[in-house]
Write a protein that binds this ligand. Structure first.
Ligand SMILES: Nc1ncnc2c1ncn2[C@@H]1O[C@H](COP(=O)(O)OP(=O)(O)OP(=O)(O)O)[C@@H](O)[C@H]1O
Ligand SMILES: [Mg+2]
Length: 408
């Protein structure tokens, strides 16, 4: 159903993960103003109005929003502009989570503070501004620790560190990846990782889907594969749902899609971090709708325009998989079989972010993942089978004779 009368939605950032968001808004009959710092961002070509602007330029964005007389503003499937969107909404009196809440939902240190003060169990953590402070923090917490930028994304600058002498080097890398030059040192929790995809509407905190994750090998810690529903006991699913609600309340997130990452430790479920936006890599925009029938992005857009979102529990829930298609290092010569693989039953979409001539290096963070696959099926075995069939169908030739590597 389209939204009557021409209204304008401001969508902050216009990279490949925002393309489905822009298309959805247009399908709802909205005029889209899209912004990105990169003039080549693919979403800018689709938008009705394209604006090249730094996603963190709060005042510039307010000026732009006023000039376009926008009716709503969102930042989806990326953390970078969540605070800017909240700032613009606040200044223009439009629906949003509020600037202070957005800060807590994007700054990992503030997030830990809010949770701790609300009585939610958190790992030991400390902020470090210098290498010496990071070493002192690691010693006080006890090695091994995780060192990460307070405001990072895609695991850039995140490392698991076991040795004291390695702390300064990883601290420097984390600091370089931080916009505000601040680093968090945390107790390293162990267990199976999970994420919970949720939605907050009219005081109700919903969780639509919970996955388990396969991670890369240390010292890095990015995701290789997510499978929904997560392979946990029912009581763990319940614990994740109730913890999710406590965390959303502790941070004061009043609306929108949420994407929270957890680790199921022997002591219980612990928060890694929560985001006030949907999970990237098209999970929120494509996978969750294919699994549950719930169009999260449409619901989010309607909220941004001040419409009440009537929430219904998903009618069906199928299994879903997001698998990152990893390639061993080399230069890409040729990629074939992608269109054929897209026709495999259950495949929602797949694609490569690299093209012939591009160099594949060893992946150190989420940005180093060259391809993705989204699929749904009746069971966990079914989605794993689809992933296997896709890997057999897609051929990637590289100078090193590389193949798609399999998450294990
Ligand atoms: N305290 C911790 N204990 C154990 N593992 C951790 C801890 N903090 C972070 N990690 C690991 O590092 C990963 C990345 O950390 P985090 O999510 O904070 O960074 P990010 O840049 O937001 O990454 P992403 O975008 O991939 O979620 C987590 O998914 C988890 O595997
Ligand atoms: Mg994370």
């Amino acid at each position: 159903m389209t939204i009557p009368s021409q209204r304008k939605l401001l969508i902050l950032t216009a990279g490949i993960w925002q393309v489905p968001v822009i298309r959805k808004a247009q399908a709802l009959g909205l005029e889209v103003v899209a912004t990105d710092a990169n003039p080549q961002a693919p979403g800018l070509r689709l938008a009705n109005h394209a604006e090249v602007i730094d996603s963190l330029d709060h005042d510039g964005m307010v000026e732009l929003a006023r000039r376009h007389r926008i009716d709503g503003v969102i930042a989806e499937q990326t953390d970078v502009a969540v605070t800017t969107a909240a700032f613009v909404a606040e200044k223009l009196g439009l629906p949003g989570i509020g600037y202070e809440v957005a800060l807590a939902a994007t700054n990992k240190w503030l997030m830990r503070e809010k949770c701790r003060l609300a009585g939610i169990p958190v790992p030991k953590y400390r902020k470090a501004a210098t290498a010496d402070e990071a070493v002192a923090a690691a010693e006080a917490i006890g090695l091994p620790v995780v060192i990460k930028p307070v405001d990072g994304q895609a695991s850039r600058g995140v490392a698991k560190v076991w040795r004291r002498e390695e702390v300064p080097g990883w601290f420097a890398r984390a600091k370089a990846a931080s916009r505000e030059d601040a680093v968090l040192v945390e107790e390293m929790m162990t267990g199976v990782e999970s994420s919970a995809e949720g939605f907050v509407a009219q005081d109700q905190i919903h969780v639509l889907a919970i996955c388990d994750k396969t991670k890369c090998a240390p010292p890095y810690s990015f995701d290789l594969r997510l499978i929904y529903p997560g392979i946990f006991a029912e009581e763990v699913h319940r614990e994740i749902r109730s913890l999710n609600a406590r965390i959303v309340r502790a941070l004061g997130i009043s609306l929108g899609i949420t994407h929270a990452e957890y680790i199921v430790t022997p002591q219980g479920v612990r928060l890694l971090e929560i985001a006030a936006r949907g999970c990237g890599a098209r999970v929120a925009s494509d996978l969750i709708p294919a699994m549950t029938g719930v169009d999260l992005i449409e619901a989010r857009i309607r909220q941004a325009l001040g419409e009440g979102v009537r929430w219904e529990s998903p009618a069906t829930t199928r299994c879903g998989i997001l698998e990152f298609l990893m390639l061993s290092p080399g230069i890409v010569n040729k990629i074939t079989g992608v269109e054929e693989a897209k026709r495999i039953a259950g495949v929602v979409d797949l694609g490569f972010l690299v093209k012939p001539g591009d160099r594949i290096g060893p992946a150190e963070n989420g940005a180093g993942r060259p391809g993705f696959l989204l699929a749904v099926g009746a069971s966990r075995g079914a989605v794993l089978g689809i992933a296997e069939e896709v890997r057999r169908t897609v051929r990637v030739e590289t100078t090193a004779g590389a193949q798609i590597t399999v998450a294990s």
